[in-house]
Write a new protein. Sequence first.
Length: 307
Amino acid sequence: MGQAWGFGRYGGPEVQEFFDRPDPVPGRGEVLIRVDVAGVNPLDHLLRSGLVDGLDGGRPFPRVLGMEAAGTVLARGEDVNGLEVGDAVFGFALTGGGTYAETTVLSAPNTARIPEGLSATVAATLPVAGTTAVDVLDQLGLPAGATVLVNGVGGGVGLAVARLAVGRELRVIGTGSTAKREHAEAIGVRFIDYTAEDVAAAARELVPDGFDGIVDLAGGASLRTVAPLAQDPRNVIAVGDMSVPDLGGRFVERRVDREDLERSARLALDGLLAPVITAVHPLPDAPAALATVENGHASGKVVIKVA
């Protein structure tokens, strides 16, 4: 038996609970891992709220929170290739196993070995934020010297996008609240504080001819404010708001396979995809870790150190 943090029904934070569960049995195409570090993401509380379908693997309640982790392979299911017992790995819990737990199952095609020299803490931040940054900038395909607006730059994904964009020699403008300024500016972002400035006016002053690309992480009214700032609406890429086609833009095309993970790990080793980890919580503090992200107060990446 091992401890896990999850939820007994769909709802808000009040449905969350700690519980003991036996080690999951890896099914076909899965690996059982001892979790060292789990990443915390907005997707976690959206799944708990019942707002996202298809990522629970049909598992019964109570369900374990969390979508990404790094750890050590303890056992393999059938039809697992390229991963062995004892390997240090990182990846996605795409079949509903959750990651806020002492052990869990990861989908093997969406799991990769951690390369030598990369810590488990950094590796645990790459499945969601790291691969999203790679995917969205690949989708934009902007040349060096182009301008990109990262709308909602202060979180884990936003800072990953910005850091990788700076590494690709793009000019990066980012929007966020006052508390997010320091981390964004530290990696070379020209910051627009939406609590103190008119975002559209400030952005037009900086880039009068319009942006070559916009990466939106805020959605809603904020997306509708910045979308007209793009030279070409097709180069507005949204990560969370699926209504972006109504504005002429596109939703991010995600890959999340082993190749994408391995590429993100290489970029992290080279310093081109350096996650800004601002909080490391032990498993008993999982409620506080998720609350920080759910309330929008997290600057950078929050992780839970389990082992």
